[in-house]
Design a protein around this ligand. Structure first.
Ligand code: ADP
Ligand code: MG
Length: 227
C-alpha cells in the first residue's frame, strides 16, 4: 500500500543543512501495525509527517496506493489526506473552541457530508471511544486521556485506511495510555494500517512490526517481542 524509496528530507538550520531523513526505504502493507522507535531527533516525526503528506521529500519517491504522491500539489495532497489518512498527535491538537462532538464532526463537515450522516458517524465514533456522555464538553473540560480519545475518534471517524500517530500516549498516564493504544489497534479491524511512534518500549513490543530509525536511516525492522 505504501512504498518509500530512498527518501531524503533536509532542513536548513542557521545556514547548515541537516538531513532528517537520509535515504530511507520502507514498504507497508495494508492492515499492518507498525511501531516506530528511535532516539530523539532521529527523524521519526519527519517520517510520519512525510507519510501523512504534511511534508514533501526532497529526494526519492513516495508511492501511496500506486500513486507517486511526492509530486502532488498542495491541494491534491490535502484531498488525499482527508480521504486516506487519520492523524493523532502527542498534544491532541483539538480545536479549543469546539466541543468534543464538533471536533469529531469537523472532518465530516470538510468532506461535505450531510448533517444527518455527520451526526450518526460522529456519534458512533464518540461512543466507540466511550465519550458520548462528554460530547458537549470543550477540550479544557476533559482530562488528557479523554482529549486524546476525542482525537482518536476524530482521526478514525471516516475509518481511513492509514492511521498515523506521533507519540499519542507520550503525555498520558499508564491507564489512559492503555486505552488509547487499544482504541488505535481496534481500528485495524476495518483493515486499516497503523503506524505509531513511541518512546515506550513495552508498547512498541506489542506491535507486530517494529522499525528503528537512527539519524534518518532505517536501522532495524523486525517483529515485536510480544508475539
Ligand atoms: N522544522 C524543522 N526545522 C529544522 N530542523 C528540523 C525541523 N524538524 C525537524 N528538524 C530536525 O530534523 C531532525 C529529525 O527531527 P524529528 O523528525 O522531529 O525527530 P524525532 O521525531 O525522531 O525526534 C532533528 O535533527 C531535528 O532537529
Ligand atoms: Mg518526534
Amino acid at each position: 500500500m505504501i512504498r518509500l524509496e530512498n527518501v531524503t528530507r533536509r532542513y536548513e538550520v542557521e545556514g547548515r543543512s541537516v538531513a532528517a531523513l537520509d535515504g530511507l526505504s520502507l514498504s507497508l502493507d495494508r492492515g499492518e501495525e507498525v511501531a516506530v522507535v528511535g532516539s530523539s531527533g532521529s527523524g521519526k516525526s519527519t517520517l510520519l509527517n512525510l507519510l501523512g503528506l504534511l511534508l514533501k521529500p526532497d529526494g526519492g519517491r513516495y508511492l501511496l496506493a500506486g500513486k507517486d504522491v511526492a509530486s502532488f500539489s498542495a491541494a491534491k495532497r490535502a484531498a488525499l489526506r482527508a480521504e486516506f489518512i487519520g492523524f493523532v498527535f502527542q498534544d491532541f491538537h483539538l480545536n479549543p473552541f469546539f466541543t468534543a462532538f464538533e471536533n469529531v464532526e469537523l472532518p465530516l463537515l470538510i468532506a461535505g457530508m450531510k448533517k444527518s450522516a455527520r451526526r450518526a458517524m460522529a456519534e458512533e465514533a464518540l461512543r466507540r471511544v466511550g465519550l458520548w456522555e462528554k460530547r458537549d464538553h470543550l477540550p479544557r473540560e476533559l482530562s488528557g486521556g479523554q482529549q486524546q480519545r476525542v482525537a482518536v475518534a476524530r482521526a478514525t471517524v471516516r475509518h481511513p485506511p492509514l492511521i498515523l500517530a506521533d507519540e499519542p500516549t507520550g503525555n498520558l498516564d499508564p491507564e489512559a495510555s492503555r486505552k488509547v493504544l487499544s482504541l488505535l489497534k481496534e481500528e485495524r479491524r476495518t483493515g486499516a494500517t497503523l503506524v505509531m511512534i513511541t518512546h515506550d518500549l513495552s508498547s512498541a513490543a506489542s506491535f507486530e512490526r517494529v522499525i528503528t530509525i537512527d539519524r534518518g536511516r532505517l536501522i532495524g525492522d523486525g517483529k515485536g517481542k510480544a508475539l
